[in-house]
Design a protein around this ligand. Sequence first.
Ligand code: ARG
Length: 429
Amino acid sequence: MKMKQILAAIPAALVAAGLASAAPGTVLKGADIIDFEDGKVLRGQVVAIEDDKITYIGSERRLPDGEWTEIDLTGATLMPGLSDSHVHLTSGANVHGFRRLTRSTSRAAISGVVNAEITLLAGFTTVRNLGAPGFTDIDLKKAIDEGEVVGPRIIGAGQSIGITGGHCGDATLLPYEAQRRTGGRADGPWEVRQKVRENKKYGAQVIKFCGTGGVLSPNTSINAQQYSLEEMKAIVDEARLLDLKVAVHAHGPRGIQSAIEAGVDSVEHASMITDESIAQAVEQGTFLSMDIYVSDYILSEGEAAGILEESLAKERMVGRVQRERFQAAFEAGANMAFGSDAGVYPHGTNARQFSKMVEWGMSPMQAIYTATLSNAILFGLEDEIGSISVGKSADLIAVEGDPLRDTRELEDVDFVMKDGVVYLNEINQ
Ligand code: ARG
């Protein structure tokens, strides 16, 4: 309704004089819209897009005259573009273990270009890239924003920050005499502050650090805390000074607890989160970004993809626990994000996680909410993305089936629009 007034307010004289466009934009007709704000489905809607924004939503077509580009989505379900709060676009699912030693930063960047397009065409119009060699994710973001490369909106962390010998990059398989200091390595409160400043300087929009060991890093324990509380507080404090949010990688309970205490915005993995930490996360509004699908890939395809036995053993310990803790956290009312860790498993299959979330207690609506409005709030972009609303960016996807009945429909989307540009349309064709 609001939009009707705005559109009506464009004086016809301006249009006639060529000062306002007579070919205003795109109209999507006939789709059912899932409204995640109040959990309803609106049938047969008309959605208008001008430039990169949604400017009208209604059951009747009330738009000014002009040569609108019409797209018939009758019978399809239209949704906000999906987002993923944890991907690694420059990583490949078949490059694990020793194979990683063969990857140069530039080779990773080339993969990033390919994976960005795959990710967008899978319906993920926004991703947080939580860790990339060099600042390849930031350069990829720039190339996408400049229109040179096709891909999602990226919120990039640049280089993850981690302790000497920690999960974030530094624990290579190289012997001592061949060791390599990775870009994000920092020890002590002032060194970590410097890394936060450096990341900001080179374009990071979120800070990622590792607060425990990991599954895929040799010689790290998933239980062990990495960084003291003092160092974690320094990271978060410095990030706040620079207006950046903080995501922590953490599997074990102590690292998770300290990171929440330090005030991070999201805990990635959160595999062994205790009831006490869940309660504190609920109180503080900390988001939990629990990648509960990836375990299936690691345990079935991991060995062929180069994952070492040491890592497979860790995954066997943590996979099921993480799913149980996911259910506990969700039931306790924690803010749940959608983070998949795609890159460990194939890009473009991010959506496989939805059915896991449903298997472990969420309704399809709740699962999809995590990848739309919930993530948007975590990113601080809730005024721009995450729902189909007038004034928000025209990031929209559609599927021919009903994802509220079966979230697997989202594993093969049929229509993708980002910033008002259509990248895929297989509906009614
Ligand atoms: N990148 C993560 C790590 O190495 C992957 C963890 C995957 N496992 C899981 N259950 N979420 O720690």
